[in-house]
Design a binder for this molecule. Sequence first.
Ligand code: NI
Ligand code: MN
Length: 223
Amino acid sequence: MGKIKWLGHSCFEIELMNKIILIDPWLDGNPKAPVKASDIKKADVICVTHDHSDHLGDAFDICKRTGATFVSVYELSVYAQEKGVKETVGINIGGTVNVKEIEISMVRAVHSCTRGAPAGFILNGEGKTIYHAGDTGFFGDMRLIGEVYSPDVALIPIGGYYTMGAREAAEAVKLIKPKVVVPMHYQTFPVLASSAEDFIKAVTEKLPQVKVVALKPGEIYQF
Ligand code: NI
Ligand code: MN
């Protein structure tokens, strides 16, 4: 059974193979986070898509406290080491690693960052595949991501301003063809979309075969 809990913004706590994987754990200072970083007692793997503070967030603290392995683009993993994180895996776009029985692939994201390059992640375990798109605009190769990895669940940004908005995100879903899509990166700041309504409407109208699961912060989706 795969389990996905939304912790607000782009942060998800995912359970696969009895392991806990956190992606983009920005909790302290995140107005939508239902928990504080100190509430996270157990984590096995922490994946960070890029070094913007709303994604890197509390990753180093949680890694040091729980012994979780930090997975990111190479340059960001070097920075994590400099900041005292012991277990790091620094890969790059196109690479796949097996970390604690979870297969993790890094894919492209069209965005900016300071260290290395922004990325998305594909997680695979128990025969389930989850795609976390990171912060990104839409791009044609999302079709390839869909074809090569066949994600069951896609976590994609819909808030606009810094990433895709509802219209672009609906086009992205068309390319990725997941079974389920979970919107993220909205509602957090005044400049981001205040609800998932436009996205849900666009996907429901154009892609009735894709299920939209708009979680509330703290809510869990099992699949
Ligand atoms: Ni960003
Ligand atoms: Mn962001």
